[in-house]
Design a protein around this ligand. Structure first.
Ligand code: TRP
Ligand code: ZN
Length: 473
């Protein structure tokens, strides 16, 4: 029926214009969506012309190290589309369809270019892409080490994709501006544990399966919108989902961790403070934005990343004396970065400065006001010694440096001194609430701070965010 109506419209357009629709203002025109979403740092990340609603990622890892499966993308057109791009690097695509019809596609670098469709503005459509391959680490534009799908030293597999590696493991609209809900199904050989973001809704240990490959699988629902780079899957032989009832009870958030065999009955010291951390940060930032939290522990990541509801930690971080601070840092990202997401990667201080400031709030919670002041003063001195540049102007090949983290965190410490505790915490809570599940810019944050304080903070933010010199405290 729809096809017939469209055909009639097309014929009518042809009839009125005598063969060319160019001169008819009423003619329905279909054009390809843009190849980028408009990021000032990474112009090819993301795409235009549609808005993803939901991803279903369904992948199985086998003992030979190969991965196969598919991704199902529910999207809505935001223009009349004759084609559209997805971001996707590597892998072999065996099948691609739009609304169950095979359509032409080409691969141009990291752009997957779909053509031959006619999707009216506002219409929903579903893309199914079946693919397989041997996952490889991705050379991020922003970091000096590869990210994306990584292998750990115990054979475990995991994804850490910030900022630009989501499209190295699934085809997507790879930019925080297009958040979507996710269902992730992760399969692995028998004896493996599997995990992903959100709530585990299905678990199959393969025991009762009549299939030849009696592998294991689990399915996870992330019902709150998530940016592509925060999607993860983690799997490892003997790894287990371990509930933390005490933290769950204390915080009202279901806390579960995904731990290697030797930590299952012997949780790392510090991890038991998760509930207290959630409560402390909720006191400062407003309610925890999701219904679950926890960490996955792997060997070989080298650092930690705030994957939504399931941050991922290298084992070295877990064993380090500063583990508590990393734990609170990644937790803080659930508000700042994950719930409130960037609109442009150049604003990365809105993620990292805020998470670093949360470390100072933890010092205040644990050791009191004087310790907080000392922590701020020490970081200030270290920032001066290091000569950190302005956090508001990082470079695309160095997103995650000391300027962004430490001087970015000190912006908030200075703001608190400038406008006082009441206006400061109102600012943080209003910002977290107003931009929850959405995107914010530095200008948005400044607007909230000016509203809450009644002050003109233009000069304050100019010098702190963009000035070469660190302002005197
Ligand atoms: N956002 C992380 C943090 O500070 C840092 C980070 C960015 C990272 N990209 C990464 C860590 C990729 C591991 C892998 O909390
Ligand atoms: Zn961080």
């Amino acid at each position: 029926m729809v096809a017939i109506v469209l055909l009639a419209v097309a014929l009518a357009a042809t009839a009125c214009t005598g063969g060319g629709s160019g001169g008819d203002p009423d003619a329905v025109r279909y054009t390809p969506g843009a190849a980028g979403i408009g990021d000032s740092f990474y112009p090819t990340l993301g795409n235009g012309g549609y808005d993803v609603q939901h991803y279903r990622i369904d992948l199985r890892y086998n003992e030979e190290g190969r991965v196969g499966g598919g991704v199902f993308i529910d999207a809505v057109a935001t223009q009349n589309l004759s084609g559209f791009n997805l971001d996707f690097a590597g892998w072999d695509i065996s099948d691609l369809s739009v609304d169950q019809a095979a359509v032409p596609f080409t691969r141009e670098g990291e752009e997957l270019v779909v053509t031959g469709v006619e999707i009216p503005d506002g219409d929903p459509f579903t893309v199914v892409i079946l693919y397989s391959g041997t996952p490889e680490p991705y050379p991020s534009a922003a970091l000096p080490f590869p990210i994306g799908w990584l292998s750990g030293s115990q054979g475990e597999q995991f994804v850490a994709a910030e900022p630009d590696a989501a499209h190295s493991w699934f085809p997507c609209n790879d930019h925080p501006l297009d958040k979507a809900t996710f269902t992730i199904m992760v399969g692995a050989p028998a004896g493996y544990g599997t995990a992903a973001n959100g709530e585990r809704v299905l678990e199959d240990d393969g025991g009762g399966s009549a299939s030849q490959d009696a592998g294991t699988a689990s399915e996870w629902e992330m019902r709150t919108p998530m940016t592509t780079y925060l999607a993860t899957m983690v799997l490892g032989e003997g790894w287990e989902v371990v509930p933390d009832p005490a933290s769950s009870e204390a915080s009202g958030v279901t806390v579960r961790n995904f731990l290697p065999p030797d930590l299952v009955d012997d949780a790392p010291p510090g991890l038991e403070r998760t509930g207290e951390m959630i409560t402390t940060l909720a006191g400062a930032f407003g309610p925890y934005p999701f219904d679950r939290y926890g960490i996955a522990v792997v060997e070989g990541l080298g650092s930690a990343l705030e994957n939504q509801t399931l941050s991922i930690f290298d084992r070295q971080m877990v064993a380090a004396p500063f583990f508590e601070y990393v734990l609170v840092h990644e937790l803080a990202h659930q508000w700042f970065g994950n719930s409130v997401s960037l609109a442009d990667w150049s604003d990365i201080w809105l993620n990292e400065g805020f998470a670093t400031y949360a470390e100072m709030l933890w010092t205040e919670h644990v050791d009191g006001d004087a310790a907080y002041r000392e922590d701020v003063a020490n970081r200030m001195q270290a920032a001066q010694v290091a000569g950190y540049g302005p956090p508001g102007t990082p470079s695309p090949d160095d997103l995650f440096g000391g300027s962004v983290y430490q001087r970015g965190g000190l912006v908030l410490a200075a703001l608190r001194d400038e406008i006082g505790d009441d206006a400061f915490f109102t600012t943080l809570r209003t910002y977290a609430d107003r931009f929850a599940d959405a995107n914010a810019t530095t200008a948005d944050f400044i607007t909230v701070a000016e509203e809450a304080s009644g002050d003109d903070l233009g000069t304050f933010f100019d010098t702190w965010l963009y000035g070469d010199e660190i302002p005197e405290g």
